[in-house]
Design a protein around this ligand. Structure first.
Ligand code: FES
Length: 170
C-alpha cells in the first residue's frame, strides 16, 4: 500500500504507547477491536505501520486486521483532525442551502470533503441526515450542533475551535 506524503507527516503514536495498550488488553487477540479503538482514541487514526505492528504482536494476519478496520466505519486509515466538521447533505438541509455551507467550509479550511487540514486541526466530512431536519441547514463540530447555519456565521464558529486548539496546545 502506498502512503500519501501527507500521511508521513501526520500524527504517529509511539510503539511504546501501543505496547501499553496491548498490555492493558493482555495481548489478547480477541480484544483486537478494543485495542484498535484505544489506539485510534490516542492517535485519531490508524497508520499502516501501527497496524503491521499490532498484527505482528498479536500474531494475527495483517489482512484480518485490515478486515476489522475496514468493516467498522468508526476506524480511519487516513489522518483525522482534532475537530471533525460534519455538514448534513440530507434532503431537508440540502433545500435549505447546505451545499453553500459546505462550499464555504471548503474555502475557509482550504480542504475538500474527506480531507484534514495540514495542521491536523479540522477534518471535513458530510452526512446524509443528522435527525434534526427542522434545524437545517445543519453542521456539527465534534458533538456540538449548529442549526440554521449561514455562510456569514461560519468564520466565527471555526474561530472558537481554532482558539481551543491554541489554548490546549499552550
Ligand atoms: S436532512 Fe439534515 S438533519 Fe435531516
Amino acid at each position: 500500500m502506498l502512503i500519501h506524503p501527507i500521511h508521513r507527516m501526520a500524527r504517529m503514536i509511539k510503539t511504546a504507547d501501543v505496547d501499553k495498550i496491548l498490555q492493558k488488553h493482555h495481548n489478547d487477540k480477541t480484544a483486537l477491536i478494543s485495542i484498535l479503538q484505544d489506539i485510534q482514541a490516542k492517535n485519531r487514526w490508524l497508520p499502516q505501520e501501527i497496524l503491521e505492528y499490532v498484527s505482528e504482536k498479536l500474531k494475527i494476519p495483517l489482512i484480518d486486521v485490515y478486515s476489522t478496520v475496514t468493516f467498522y466505519k468508526s476506524f480511519s486509515l487516513t489522518p483525522r483532525g482534532k475537530h471533525i466538521v460534519t455538514v448534513c447533505l440530507g434532503t431537508a438541509c440540502h433545500v435549505r442551502g447546505s451545499p453553500k455551507i459546505l462550499d464555504e467550509l471548503k474555502n475557509q479550511l482550504d480542504i475538500n470533503v474527506g480531507e484534514t487540514t495540514p495542521d491536523e486541526n479540522f477534518t471535513l466530512q458530510t452526512v446524509r441526515c443528522l435527525g434534526v431536519c427542522a434545524l437545517g441547514p445543519l453542521m456539527t463540530i465534534d458533538d456540538e450542533y449548529y442549526g440554521q447555519v449561514t455562510t456569514k456565521i461560519i468564520p466565527s464558529i471555526l474561530k472558537k475551535y481554532k482558539k481551543r486548539v491554541q489554548e490546549s496546545d499552550s
